[in-house]
Design a protein around this ligand. Structure first.
Ligand SMILES: Cc1cc2nc3c(=O)[nH]c(=O)nc-3n(C[C@H](O)[C@H](O)[C@H](O)COP(=O)(O)OP(=O)(O)OC[C@H]3O[C@@H](n4cnc5c(N)ncnc54)[C@H](O)[C@@H]3O)c2cc1C
Length: 310
């Protein structure tokens, strides 16, 4: 019998989660409230900067690097945001070709919950005239932290360029809030498998997970969250990535140091000094492709994300 994974949010995290869950053999539906994918990732974005080289290389070696390969194939630049007219359609096409059902202009606004388990979500489509319902075995919240308008004007973050276009498409909404949980300034409590505390079958990714920030970072956590949602759907335990890898160490270290910078919205990136410095101390910062592939092989993780689970 098929297993169903539902993704809320079509930024880099949500699109990566969708591909990972699909690679793991699930039926996948992705809901995005605006009329296009990539969310806040439509602006700047050095995919390979400092420690991100290792993250991209490891994900490709693990079979979770489809989005990086799409970017490399279709854009001659590493700053994706400068080539939006090219990159959004090719990402959308790669999802459709993979068999992901993409619902655009579909804002998730209701979640059905029974004893800490989400059984389904529903969304308002376009101008409120239609509704779509989606049942799922597991869910990924990749709804980001940008917006709504009140946050933009008081905090001056995220939506400064009105990327989220809340007046047109409605404010972002996440599954935990819809399930009645306190999202604590949009930062979700989760462990290194990215499962949301208090919801047995919901995983979080990207900015919403609250400890890593950036496009490559969103693709990393999105890939793990989508894969773990698929594992849970197939009756397997969710996994953490090994700390011998830059990907696993970055997630574990980011969680351990979550909130250490003090202010809401301050999170870590593989390009920023705090985390990149830590990667250098661990010798996980190299850019040599063979060395990165060898590290992934030694961890037993080569092709990990393309192994079908069901
Ligand atoms: C101005 C700016 C500049 C940046 N510069 C860089 C940079 O140079 N390099 C870099 O690496 N990173 C940069 N970042 C950060 C990076 O863009 C983000 O960390 C990353 O794109 C986050 O991806 P995400 O998928 O987690 O979230 P988002 O991109 O926020 O995606 C969330 C998606 O969920 C959708 N959504 C929300 N609620 C719902 C709902 N209820 N139903 C359906 N859909 C919903 C939203 O519409 C959105 O598309 C920048 C960010 C901004 C705002």
């Amino acid at each position: 019998m098929s297993k169903k994974v539902v993704i809320v949010g079509g930024g880099w995290a949500g699109t990566a989660a969708a591909l990972a869950a699909r690679q793991a053999g699930c039926d996948v539906r992705l809901f995005e409230r605006t009329d296009m994918l990539l969310g806040t990732g439509v602006v700047e974005g050095g995919i390979r900067v400092n420690g991100r080289f290792a993250v991209v290389g490891e994900l490709v070696a693990m079979g979770g690097g489809t989005l990086f390969q799409v970017i490399d194939r279709h854009c001659q630049v590493e700053l994706t945001g400068h080539d939006l007219a090219t990159i959004e359609p090719v990402v959308r096409r790669s999802l459709l070709l993979a068999g992901v059902v993409v619902h655009l202009q579909a804002r998730v606004d209701t979640a059905q919950v029974t004893q800490e388990t989400v059984t389904g979500i529903s969304a308002t489509v376009a101008e409120g005239s239609t509704r779509i319902e989606a049942a799922g075995d597991a869910f990924v919240d990749a709804s980001g932290t940008a917006g709504p308008e009140g946050n933009c004007s008081t905090l001056g973050m995220d939506c400064g360029r009105c990327i989220t276009r809340c007046p047109t498409f409605g404010a972002p909404l996440g599954i935990p809030a819809l399930a009645g949980l306190d999202e604590r300034e949009d930062i979700l409590p989760c462990g290194d498998t990215l499962r949301v505390a208090g919801l047995s079958n919901v995983f979080c990714a990207g900015d919403k997970a609250g400890f890593l920030r950036g496009q490559s970072e969103a693709i990393l956590t999105g890939t793990l969250a989508g894969h773990n949602a698929a594992r849970l759907a197939w009756g397997l335990d969710p996994v953490a990535l090994p700390r011998t890898l830059a990907c696993g160490e970055g997630i574990a270290w980011g969680l351990e140091h979550k909130g250490a910078l003090g202010e809401v919205g301050e999170t870590y990136t593989f390009s920023g000094w705090e985390l990149f410095g830590h990667m250098r101390e661990r010798s996980l910062d190299g850019t040599d492709a063979a060395e990165i592939a060898g590290r992934v092989e030694a961890a037993g993780m080569t092709g990990f994300f393309v192994r079908k689970l069901g």
